[in-house]
Design a protein around this ligand. Structure first.
Ligand SMILES: Cc1ncc(C[n+]2csc(CCOP(=O)(O)OP(=O)(O)O)c2C)c(N)n1
Ligand code: SF4
Length: 336
């Protein structure tokens, strides 16, 4: 494993020119993953339809992937990207791994490759849940990355199975109802139960931890799954420049705690105490996003976030959900 500073100096696979919203967490994630994978091993990336795909692979216009400006002569520097349908990035990664392993077994490929898939949470947890779980279940030696922005962003900010309770989305509008009424799918538990070798929930806001988790994901036995909480400027409705702040607040307040886990070793929850009094109040996280504007309001002068009149009961339910989420992460961390 290389040092953090060393990794930061490596060459990313993600180049300028994408049409992702400025400050989108997905581009920060790709920058980091790009640097970690510049490790002397050829990288093959599979990517399903999502913001991350339509905004970076607009051939013949911008293609925001590749290392350096020229086509690399060096096999290990070369970076291949395969786009396929919305739901099947993990399956395509598994197929790529299988083909590489077969070529190696007949002597036609004598160098290593590393395979990574990227999907949005809509692609991975709704239409693509089957492909995600079966690739994990077959212990394919790939890293699966899911960019969890809690919505189908690319097609108009619809609810996804990862949407947190009470969020206003285009299909769970806070009109007549207080936004989304369903708690999210327990996707971390599902990945563990399906047989993953490693599972993490981390964003680049936890810089060093994130980089180390991606590095480790390329080494472990079986399938590694990294869920990346990805605050979405347009869908969560916050101001430019707040992406990292919101990713940290969301993690520290207990909405998506920083978590790493390995089969046989167990896991850890970091930077998010189980005792609510030691965490930032959830209202700090909510108050920065207009998708919760029906629940809380921020005083423009004092900056104080207050629960809106009539929303006290919903706030209590949301606070209870956050605590159950943190407790669940601690129980998953205790599993081996
Ligand atoms: C089978 C199929 N159904 C629907 C679509 C339309 N579609 C393209 S991207 C997308 C939403 C992607 O959402 P998500 O996976 O969460 O990624 P995000 O855009 O949020 O990054 C949808 C519904 C499609 N391309 N293929
Ligand atoms: S809509 Fe959201 S996820 Fe999509 S590019 Fe913009 S910030 Fe990123």
């Amino acid at each position: 494993m290389s040092g953090y500073k060393e990794t930061a100096r490596q060459e990313s696979c993600f180049r300028p020119g994408s049409t992702l919203c400025p400050g989108c967490m997905e581009s920060v994630a790709f920058q980091n993953i790009g640097r970690v994978t510049d490790n002397g091993v050829k990288t093959i990336f599979t990517i399903g339809t999502s913001c991350a795909e339509v905004s970076t692979l607009a051939f013949p216009n911008v293609v925001a992937w590749g290392r350096g400006d020229d086509s690399p002569d060096d096999f290990a520097k070369s970076f291949s990207i395969l786009h396929n349908v919305f739901e099947s990035a993990p399956t395509l990664a598994e197929a790529t791994r299988d083909v590489a392993d077969q070529l190696t077994s007949i002597g036609a490929l004598d160098r290593k490759i590393q395979v990574i898939s990227a999907s949005g949470d809509g692609g991975a947890f709704s239409i693509g849940l089957r492909t995600l779980l079966h690739t994990i279940h077959r212990r394919a030696r790939v890293t699966i990355v899911v960019l969890v922005n809690e919505i189908f962003a690319n097609t108009g900010f619809q609810y996804s199975p990862a949407t947190m309770p009470f969020a206003d989305t285009s299909t769970t509008p806070a009109e007549g109802t207080p936004g989304n009424l369903n708690p999210p799918l327990d996707y971390i538990h599902l990945a563990i139960a399906a047989g993953a070798g490693m599972v993490a929930q981390l964003s680049p806001a936890h810089g060093k931890m994130f980089v180390k988790a991606i590095e480790r994901s390329l080494e472990v036995e079986g399938t590694a799954v990294i869920f990346i909480p990805a605050p979405c400027i347009s869908g969560w409705k916050f101001e430019d420049g707040q992406t990292v702040e919101l990713a940290l607040l969301g993690a520290r307040s207990g909405v998506f705690p920083a978590f790493t886990w390995e089969r046989g070793k167990g896991g850890t929850v970091k930077d998010c105490p189980q005792d609510a009094s030691e965490r930032p109040n959830i209202t700090e996280f909510l108050g920065e996003q207009r998708r919760f504007g029906h629940l809380v309001g921020k005083d423009k002068v004092t900056g104080e976030v207050k629960v809106k009149p009539g929303q006290e009961e919903n706030m209590e339910k949301l606070t209870a959900w956050v605590q159950s989420n943190v407790d669940r992460m601690y129980s998953l961390a205790a599993m081996k």
